[in-house]
Design a protein around this ligand. Sequence first.
Ligand code: MG
Ligand code: MG
Length: 272
Amino acid sequence: MIIPKTLEEIELMRQSALLVSKTLGMIATELKPGVTTLELDAKAEEFIRDHGAVPGFKGLYGCPSTLLTSVNDQIVHGLPTDRPLEEGDIVSVDCGTVMNGFYGDHAYTFEIGDVDPATKKLLQITKESLYVGIREFRLGNRVEDVGSAIQRYCEKEGYTVVRELVGHGLGRKMHEDPEMPNYGKPGNGKRFVEGMVVAIEPMINLGTRNIKQLNDGWTIVTRDGKPSAHFEHDVALVNGKPELLSTYQYIYQALGITSNEEDEFRAKPLVL
Ligand code: MG
Ligand code: MG
């Protein structure tokens, strides 16, 4: 059952989402060759607790870490390790918080130094597909309108869409209804309702869409060892339209990137 949120609740969720955004911005300043994902994980936990919140993943379903850090052919759910990041790696950093009783859940795939052009393009297209999907999250549409738009956008580049892992409703629980697959048929699935909040999160592979899980019981990798990208925003349906609760602006500030990709989704701030 979809649980719509009031405007007040959406404001609380925005604070939780923005804390994840700030955490990812902090991580962006730390990412360089030689750093381990375990070190990043410790910094993220400290940062979140310093801001009066608690990590959203740690302890959830037995997850041992604050961040999930998926490197190169790892798709999602990568557990932090003591392997130093290397020039040319990509690392998807997924982070959750609980603040005000609500979850934030938000991810970005970072480049470590110079990344090969084919992988760079995979990241670019995957991030663009996130916004292509978000645009379809509006009143009158249904769940698979989002997924099919993401799928079309990525498959026309020859990429593949992971089937086994999907986006989701978000709220007082990390995973609420509905599931938000990154594939589907236009016009199919549950109808969107005013006030609902979802995490939209394309997981897109350069090669095969098939996956396997590592022996750690968590990390999901591509079956062919080719790279995978993952970007995730939290989005509320307000006045019939998508409103971004999370932002990549903290990451872009840290990395010196200029982008107006989020502007068209940023309606005027809600008046309570
Ligand atoms: Mg996530
Ligand atoms: Mg998620």
